[in-house]
Design a protein around this ligand. Structure first.
Ligand code: ADP
Ligand code: MG
Length: 332
């Protein structure tokens, strides 16, 4: 969950007299997370219709990529690990291809096959002791995106090793936000925000013509927003270790796992990524946690249209070149 940095946004401040447009918002639980869908519409009826469309689209995606629904395409791939390949839909195949590209770009920091590790690391409070080092090293052997084999011709997927498993925890919400946005843009909806637990896909503007605003909270002081950013046709995603973490032997471990070592990451408390698409921002925010601040900022500076803000465990705020923090953060 991205509650680490709660992203606030201003919905509507004032309505121009000559426009009947309003913002309609619904909060709902989708893909096991809290979604907040806001649309600009000229009547409540229209607003409800648009939001229903977005909800149906997100539910459809959940059915495709969920690894906890036994009947999803993703679960079928996991079941067949080490055994046989599984033909999948064009949509899932294309999504998997993009996931593997993201693994390459992030030197393996983002890796959907991290999921083999979720058999030993539990971030739901049930874990009381460190897994044995042998257990970690045995599990990490089943992690590695290079062992996810995509057959373009057959449009099938094969996980080479028996204990392998894939999971879209670090990218699925972003993808769903992009898809719901796309559907509504195509339906003619002038503006809105799909907020998938802190993964924001934004388009258009508020009814009064002002841009939507996203605020990043200081993870060290949840009630303080340290900077506001106007967001226009862009995505903003925050990964934080605020809620999902585990304390073992007095040390705090985040829910993001370094696929190369099998151990949870440390050093950063939150990473916010601005990008054209929520899918990219989501995957990168997770990857930057693993890569750390120096390598992470270095990567971000090389990708067009992408920026980031990070907060370290020491409370230091780091950012890529194009980001301007609007407030003096030291006052918080
Ligand atoms: P959140 O789930 O808080 O929104 P993220 O987008 O950062 O945050 O995703 C974290 C989730 O991604 C983890 O809970 C886990 O399901 C999955 N994950 C953990 N480590 C990795 C990794 N190295 N690569 C890909 N997915 C990961
Ligand atoms: Mg992510």
């Amino acid at each position: 969950m991205k509650a680490a940095l709660i992203l606030f946004y201003l919905l509507f401040l004032a309505f121009p007299v000559f426009s009947h447009d309003e913002v309609f918002t619904r909060v709902c639980k989708l893909m096991g997370s809290r979604y907040e869908i806001s649309v600009v519409a000229s009547s409540e009826e229209e607003g409800v219709e648009y939001i229903d469309m977005a909800v149906a689209e997100i539910e459809r995606i959940e059915q495709l990529i969920s690894s906890w629904r036994p009947d999803s395409e993703t679960s079928k791939i996991n079941e067949a690990a080490g055994n046989h390949s599984v033909p999948v839909s064009g949509e899932l195949f294309a999504f998997l291809k993009r996931c593997l590209q993201l693994s390459k770009v992030t030197s393996g920091a983002f890796d959907i096959s991290y999921a083999a590790m979720d058999r030993i690391w539990k971030f739901d409070g049930s874990m009381i002791q460190m897994p044995a080092p042998e257990e970690v090293s045995a599990s990490v052997k089943n992690v590695g995106y290079r062992n996810i084999i995509l057959d373009e011709e057959k449009q099938s997927v094969f996980l080479k090793k028996k204990g392998m498993k894939i999971g879209f925890g670090a990218i699925g919400k972003g993808y769903s936000a992009d898809q719901a946005k796309k559907l509504l843009v195509n339906a003619g909806v002038k503006g809105g925000i799909i907020n998938a637990s802190g993964d924001l896909a934004v388009w258009g503007e508020q009814p009064d013509g002002k841009p939507w605003m996203a605020g990043i909270t200081n993870p060290l002081n949840k009630n303080k927003v340290f900077s506001w950013f106007p967001i226009k046709n862009r995505a903003v995603v925050t990964s934080g270790d605020y809620e999902k973490f585990v304390m073992l032997d007095g040390k705090r471990y985040s829910h993001i796992i370094d696929p190369r070592t099998g151990y949870p990451t440390h050093g950063l408390v939150s990473v916010t990524v601005f990008a054209p698409m929520a899918e990219l921002a989501d995957a990168l925010s997770t990857a930057l946690f693993v890569m750390g601040s120096d390598a992470g900022i270095d990567l971000v500076q090389q990708i067009d249209g992408v920026d980031c803000v990070m907060v370290t465990t020491e409370g230091e705020i780091l950012k890529s070149g194009n980001i301007q923090i609007s407030h003096d953060v030291s006052e918080y």
